[in-house]
Design a protein around this ligand. Sequence first.
Ligand SMILES: NC(=O)c1ccc[n+]([C@@H]2O[C@H](COP(=O)([O-])OP(=O)(O)OC[C@H]3O[C@@H](n4cnc5c(N)ncnc54)[C@H](O)[C@@H]3O)[C@@H](O)[C@H]2O)c1
Length: 348
Amino acid sequence: MILKTYSNPAAIQVAVVGYGGAFNMGRQHLNEMKAAGMTPIAVVELDPKRLEVARTDFPGIETYATVDELLARSAVGLVTVITPHNTHAALGLQIAAAGRHVVLEKPMALTTAECDVLIDAARQAGVVVSTYHNRHWDGWILRANEVVRSGALGEIVRIDLRMGQHGRPGDWWRSSRSISGGVLYDWGVHLLEYSLQLITAPITEVSGYAWNGYWAGQPGFPWAQDANEDEAQATVRFASGQRLNLTITQLDAAPERGFMKIVGTRATHLIDSNSAETTTPQGSGQTMVERALHPKGQGEKFYQNIVAHLTANEPLVITGEWARRPIHILDLAARSAREGRALPAVYG
Ligand SMILES: NC(=O)c1ccc[n+]([C@@H]2O[C@H](COP(=O)([O-])OP(=O)(O)OC[C@H]3O[C@@H](n4cnc5c(N)ncnc54)[C@H](O)[C@@H]3O)[C@@H](O)[C@H]2O)c1
């Protein structure tokens, strides 16, 4: 089916599903959509109190309790889903099948099979399915891309991604395995999306590791029967010989410095939340360390690109296929951890 397009940005009427209070993401999305020139018209939310907040934030906005009502009663053209992870696939499918463009908050879905169904449904309906990878344009990854392109690191050998420390998980849905997908599905998706910008070779194999039960066994923990892993890891092998290690932990009392380390043949680039440093060997055991603050992020480019795609035929940056790549890694890692063996990638 041919893609549904628009003559100008304001003609794209937009809505959000989910107006939660944890990070006020619904407000952020509607403001960014508006800044990109689109017209916010509706909010869907199960919690009436949050709908009240939406009406205060955006006076005159239509509000609905369900996606069914939104699709039946409004002329919305693009819907962004900002709900807990296990609901993304079904809501996205419903919206795409109704012929509306759909943006899913990350993660796109929990399994590769769900991503495939979404991509197929969107293609058949002539609509976009994208994922809100606003962090594609975080300052530190924009800079890392520049450093890699400059040749300063030589060839990338490995990327290490790690987050977390020793600490009890929160009492929120993010700590439930069946709702969140697992401990790797929150920040892990962003970290993988950064890395896949730098290692572009096909994925050949994923090994997953998990430690379970420590926090689930603590008194009062609300997800005792359905808790995330205490720590999980994915090791990804690429056809180029490169590899990537992702670890998210609630158990490590002595975590390493930095959340992303890019080891190259000529230098190593380490990124932490404040700055990035490139360490280059100078011979005789000496090194030169260049430290730089992160440039400003450009997350607003996400919706600007969606608008440019729908009004001016510019290429979509975050395609469904792109958003599926980190999910394929996470899906394989979870199954590999359960089965206790490495699993081959189906999609490179
Ligand atoms: N890109 C980012 O930087 C970023 C930052 C924060 C959160 N997120 C993502 O945003 C999503 C939501 O996270 P959050 O922290 O805003 O959660 P939240 O719990 O604050 O909000 C979720 C809201 O969705 C509502 N909801 C659930 N099912 C619904 C349905 N079927 N129809 C309508 N409303 C429904 C809930 O009532 C709740 O208010 C997650 O995918 C999360 O990973 C992304």
